[in-house]
Structure formats: C-alpha cells, structure tokens
Design a protein around this ligand. Structure first.
Ligand SMILES: [Zn+2]
Ligand SMILES: [Zn+2]
Length: 105
C-alpha cells in the first residue's frame, strides 16, 4: 500500500511538470514575430516580419451552391527575414485570397 501511494505521488509530479512545460511548446510553434538562431553565422538572431499590400479584387464562381460569383480581395504577402549580426536576409512573396462577399443569388 505504501509503494502505491509513492507511485501516485510520482505520477502527480510528472503531470505537474508536463503542464508547466506545455506553454513553452505553444510559443515555439508561433510562426511570426519569433526570433530564431541564424543558420548562417550561428550567433545572430533572425527576425521575421510580415507585411501585406492590397492588390485588388477578383471574382470566381460561387462556392455556396448559388448562381453567380464570390468576390475575393487579393493581398500580396511579403515575409522578410533578416539576421541582426551577419548579412543574411531573405524575402518571400505569395498571394493570399481573402473572401469578401457572395454575389450569388
Ligand atoms: Zn457565394
Ligand atoms: Zn546571421
């Protein structure tokens, strides 16, 4: 009976440690605004910045089972990475479609 109690205590401690560790993991998966170690110089930190600019509108066939079109806004998303120590930097661009309204009827 004594060993069982000790076993339960140990499990409780493990669970407590796990719950303490959880928020740290959540932060690590955050995609932007997080600094990471530079893979080029291995000493500096790389920051990521996201900026978006409005490119215009587009229409495509309604996806709500109606006759007509859906209207989307097009944004050009630019992601910049740069190291604060060496000359490492990279820029990647992609277009993002954001649903605006349904013109189907
Ligand atoms: Zn629609
Ligand atoms: Zn660097």
């Amino acid at each position: 009976m004594k060993t069982l109690k000790r076993c339960l205590m140990l499990m409780l401690v493990v669970l407590m440690l796990l719950s303490l560790a959880a928020p740290a993991f959540a932060v690590e998966v955050e995609p932007y605004g997080v600094v990471r170690r530079c893979s080029k110089c291995m000493t500096g930190t790389v920051s990521m910045y996201e900026s978006r600019s409005y490119e215009g509108k587009t229409r495509s066939n309604c996806e709500h089972g109606k006759e007509g079109y859906d209207v989307y806004a097009i944004y050009e998303v630019t992601i910049r990475e740069s190291c604060d120590t060496c000359d490492y930097s990279s820029v990647s661009k992609n277009n993002e479609r954001v649903f605006q309204r349904c013109e189907g009827h």
